[in-house]
Ligand binder design. Structure first.
Ligand code: BTN
Length: 247
């Protein structure tokens, strides 16, 4: 089944990812289902953060997909799939976006979208996954100065429904690539859109602050950073991005 053939539209929900998880438990969800909400009362971000969004202004959705044969070791491909889908949607709208590792979507150093992926693993495979995406569409004022939206970038109102269908279109394009096992092309595309790739920036690891250069991502998704002439591999909790040109 194609992605987006079944869509649940909700006015208010705690979190679209939670709603999807409940449908999974009840066995009432099929591959390709999209859950969309105007408002979330307990929107969740990465690492236990809260995802807040003004009611009716932005795209808040969860996509439920069942990969045909995706090994647990290569689950990072789902991050690539989701990030690329959003970057490509934005490119077609005329916004040049990049992926800040691992899966924040940035425009001119401001965050426009966040992604929260929750996988269900079984027998060494990703058997089901819920991909939650919060994409700022028409919100104008943000608590954080480092956030932006489509309207903010384009100076124009964008109907959420239109953005939704464009995103579903991207999902279908990139899902076929993922499900066909073309994971290398997916990773190459992700790398081509990686924020600060090959540019010097400031980071912090367990040994303290340092100036380094992102060189890429490993096959399983670690960030590869050149530090004092040596290539280091970092997992999410092992490195913090400080900024560019702060020295
Ligand atoms: C992040 O950048 O921290 C990830 C944010 C993910 C937010 C989306 S909004 C729709 C879906 N439901 C949630 O509770 N979270 C995700």
């Amino acid at each position: 089944m194609k992605i987006g053939q079944k869509i649940f539209r909700l006015d208010t929900v705690d979190s679209t990812n939670n709603y999807a998880a409940n449908l999974i438990k009840e066995g009432k969800i099929v591959h390709g289902t999209v859950i969309l909400a105007d408002e979330q009362t307990a929107g969740r971000g990465q690492r236990g953060a809260v995802w807040s969004s003004q009611a009716g202004e932005n795209l808040l959705l969860s996509l439920y997909v069942v990969p045909d044969n995706l090994s647990v070791d290569l689950q990072v491909s789902l991050t690539h799939f989701a990030s690329i889908s959003v970057v490509e949607l934005l490119r077609k709208i005329g916004i040049c976006a990049e992926v800040k590792w691992p899966n924040d979507i940035y425009v001119n150093s401001k965050k426009i979208a966040g992604i929260l992926i929750e996988n269900i693993l079984s027998s060494g495979k990703v058997s089901q996954t819920v991909i939650g995406i919060g994409l700022n569409v028409n919100q104008k004022n943000f608590e954080l100065a480092s956030a932006t939206s489509i309207q903010h970038e384009k100076n124009d109102f964008y109907p959420i429904e239109q953005v939704l269908f464009q995103l579903i279109n991207e999902f279908n394009i990139w899902w076929e690539i993922l499900n066909n096992g073309e994971l290398k092309s997916l990773r190459a595309f992700y790398l081509n859109n990686l924020y600060l790739l090959n540019k010097e920036a400031d980071f912090e690891d367990e040994k303290g602050r340092f100036r380094g250069t992102i060189k890429g991502v490993s096959e399983v998704g670690f960030l590869l950073v050149e530090k004092l002439g040596e290539l280091k591999k970092y997992d999410l909790k092992e490195i913090r991005f400080i900024g560019q040109n702060t020295f």
